[in-house]
Structures are given as C-alpha cells and as structure tokens.
Design a binder for this molecule. Structure first.
Ligand code: SAJ
Length: 432
C-alpha cells in the first residue's frame, strides 16, 4: 500500500530528523521541511545539525540513498506528498500555556495543498483535545473533511534524547486516529521503522493523553524524590541510600532526587494537562505541586551552597563558585529548561562570581546564562564546586583534583565518604 508513498515531515529537529532519515533508509521518499536554513543545508549535505549518537551516519546514509532531502518550502513539499507528518516544537508561553504556533503554522501550510486520500499525522506533543479542536479545523479550511476526505492520526514521539534512534525503532508506539482507517494507515507506515509494539487506542485524544501521562508520571515521581531528599537532609538521613533500599521493594520505584527537572518534556508537558484540566474547571493539584517542588530545587541548592560556604568560614558574597554542567541531564548538549540557569542567577544575585564548565554546551550558551566559561581544572580550583549535571566525565572527579574543600553534589554520582574522609565539606541534594 505504501510502496510508492511520499512523506513530507514538518520539523527536522531532535525527533523529526531521525524519523525522516529512518523512513528514508527503509525505502520511502521523504522531504523534510524546516524553517531553519542551516538545518536544511546540513541535511542536504548529508549531515545532522543535531548532536545525537548515530544520527550523523543515519542522515548521511539516508541522503546518499536519494530518499531524503530537505526544503523550506512546505507548500511544494506537501503538494508532492501523500502523507504529512508534523513533528515541531510545542513549548509553553510565559503563562505556562501551550504555544501551538509551530503546529498551527505547519497545519496551515498542509491545508493549502491537502488532497483527498492524504494522511496527516501529528507527532508533536500537544494538550489533549488539540487535534480535534485546533488541528482539524485548520486542515479542513480548504473544504475537505477529516475522516471522510483525508485521514488524521496522532502518535506522539516518545524517544529519549541520547538514545533516540534505538527508541524510535524499538519503543511501543501509541496511535489514535480520527477513525479506525486513519489509525490503521498510520500503524502501517510506522511498522516500517519500528520493531516495537503498535498500540492503537480508541481515539486521538487518548493518544495525546498517553504521552502527557508518561512525562507527568516521571515529573511527579521526581518531585516526590526531591521532597523526600530535602526532608532526609534535615533528619540526617542519606536519602540516596534510603531510596535505593526502598526500591528493593518489588512495587516501589522512587526516582532520583536532583537539582530540578530540565529538558523540553518533563518540565513542560505536565502544564498541558494542568491547562486542559483548568479549562474543565478542575484543579490538577498534585501535578501543579510537583512542578512547584521541582522548580524550587535550584533555590534549595543555592541555600546548601550558602550554608556550606558558611561552614567553611566564607561568605557567598564574592566567593568564586564553579558550576559543573549546564546541560539538563548527563552526556547531552541540550540545556533547555536546565535547572542550572536559575541556580546561576540565584547565586549571582546573592553576590557570588559564577564560573561554568560543561564538556558539551557551548561557551555562548554558558555566557547567555551569565556564567563565566572555565576549564575543568580552573573550575575545580575555586572556593566551592557545585556538581549540577551527571555527565560521565564528572564521575571521575577525585578529592585530589579539587583545590578547596567545599563540594556540593546534586546528583548521586560521587561517593560522599571518599571526600569526607579527606576533610571535605561534602553536601548536596539528599546528603545530610
Ligand atoms: N531527572 C531527575 N531524576 C530522575 C530522572 C530524571 O532529576 O530520576 C531529571 C533529569 O536530570 C532531567 C529531567 O529529569 O533534568 C528529564 O530527564 P529524563 O531523562 O527523565 O527525560 P527527557 O526529558 O530527556 O525525555 C523524556 C522521556 N520520557 C519518559 O521517559 C517518560 C522520553 O521518553 C520522551 O520522549 C521525552 O521526555 C519527550 O520528548 O517527551
């Protein structure tokens, strides 16, 4: 059925590009569309503009096969396609409401050249009800009807950055359609690139909700871990030891406390549920509280820094503090929604001079957070070292590498005892 299908994919970002390349190497003709000229040029030259293990090689292979190219002209790309997939970002605005402008813009472009028999698939993460209430009316603007003249399905992307290609090709995929024909067509096309189960749910809104539930589950679980960690610090309990012991229970899986939750998913998606709940007159109180707890962690870490410096006989004012890592999690270059950014601001506001080291994130981004870029050696020579991101490199830090004796560890990747026995003030999230 899809042998000669042509696909246009709107958005060549972290998820769109690997998806486009995977369809291409599996024999489908793919045109990728992006508003970023640089991305389009990169892809057409057979390279990936995004740092993700294996992606550069995958794009090279896909472009060399003649099945993948990129353009900024969405209308032309859609005219030549039977299937249009939308994988564009959906951030939150200053009021923490979903900013769907990229989705609506892609759908407007698609509607201009939508033809009978086409299949439109939304992969972007959206608030429940978006496909029915926002996407469908836009797609129907030129007179065609969803579920009658064209098919519409939703299958939110769910792959983990740094393991994206494996997860796109192996994770279970949840698909909902405006009718069962739409879901079946989408299932057939994705079966070309995934060996994972394909789970067809009743309708589109269920598929939208599944994705949000997954990330909200992680965010609330991490909030619980963070709350327990703060209580443990006060009680003199090693939270990491306690959580890992509790997790030996067959039905317990408490996540890991840390400096806060970053990235463009866990820190944003719960707000999509909150927004839609409030539209229904409901208060998503647990989800909102979890967000508040996770967003308060940088403030808590800053207080640990102040207290530790005091213990060392120093004031935070004019102290030189090293932040190790501004990426939102270990071994990625992505610093979106990173807790390091508010932490740097709070420390500067308290009068500290903040230096930053990150093996993956550019000095431009570090400077945009008002941090002073530093080498690891220089960073380890400052008054206080604050480990924020669990990059593998930082697991190799030993007491001998640090000049002064105040180390704040917000991730459980160093053994406190190794440092304490050398006379260090070793504090951190969940560490008494
Ligand atoms: N974090 C903790 N404690 C933990 C686990 C994570 O503090 O125990 C922090 C991380 O350091 C990071 C943040 O949470 O700052 C998010 O990291 P993550 O690895 O949990 O998730 P993401 O945002 O990289 O990817 C998630 C994934 N969702 C789930 O695992 C349910 C991924 O599958 C989704 O595709 C992705 O969101 C997305 O696009 O929504």
């Amino acid at each position: 059925m899809f042998k000669d299908s042509k696909i246009s994919i709107f958005g060549l970002g972290h998820m769109g590009l690997p998806t486009a390349a995977l369809f291409a190497i599996n024999g489908l003709k793919v045109m990728g569309i992006d508003i970023n000229t640089e991305y389009v040029e990169y892809v057409n030259s057979g390279r990936s503009p995004i740092m993700e293990p294996g992606l550069d090689e995958l794009v090279t292979e896909a472009v060399a096969s003649g099945n993948l190219s990129a353009t900024m002209n969405g209308i032309k790309a859609s005219q030549n396609a039977d299937i249009m997939i939308v994988i564009v970002p959906t951030p939150i605005d200053e009021y923490r409401r979903a900013d769907l402008s990229s989705v609506t813009s892609a759908c407007k472009t698609i509607s201009k050249s939508l033809q009978k028999g086409n299949l439109v698939i939304i992969e972007s993460t959206v608030p429940p009800g978006t496909c029915q209430n926002i996407v469908t009316p836009i797609l129907e603007e030129n007179g065609l009807t969803a579920g009658v003249d064209f098919d519409l399905a939703c299958t939110p992307e769910r792959a983990l950055p740094n393991n994206t290609i494996y997860e796109i090709t192996h994770n279970a995929r949840v698909i909902g359609g405006v009718n069962s024909e739409s879901a079946s067509r989408a299932a057939e096309i994705y079966s070309k690139i995934t060996a994972g189960d394909i789970i067809k749910v009743k309708n589109i809104i269920t598929a939208e909700m599944v994705k949000l539930m997954e990330n909200t589950y992680r965010d609330t679980n991490i909030a619980l871990a963070n709350e327990l960690a703060v209580i443990c610090e006060s009680l003199g309990v090693d939270a990491i030891e306690a959580i890992s012991a509790a997790n030996h229970h067959p039905r317990v899986n408490i996540h890991t406390p840390g400096p806060g939750v970053g990235g463009h998913c866990l820190s944003i998606d719960p707000y999509f549920i909150v927004e839609m709940a409030e539209n229904e007159g409901l208060e998503a109180s647990l989800i909102k509280t979890s967000r508040t707890i996770n967003e308060s962690m940088p403030e808590h870490v800053a207080q640990i820094v102040v207290d530790a410096l005091k213990e060392a006989g120093k004031s935070v004012i004019d102290s030189e503090i090293a932040i190790l890592g501004v990426a939102y999690k270990g071994d990625v270059a992505d610093s979106r929604e990173t807790p390091a950014k508010p932490l740097i601001k709070i420390l500067i506001d308290k009068g500290a001079i903040v230096y930053v080291h990150d093996p993956f994130v550019s000095t431009e981004i570090i400077k945009s957070f008002n941090g002073i870029p530093a080498t690891l050696d220089d960073a380890l020579g400052l008054d206080c070292v604050v480990l924020v991101t669990d990059h593998s490199l930082y697991k190799t830090i030993t007491p001998g590498m640090i000049k002064n004796s105040v180390l704040i560890c917000t991730r459980p990747i160093l053994n406190p005892e190794d440092f304490k026995k050398e006379g260090f003030i070793f504090k951190g999230v969940g560490i008494p």
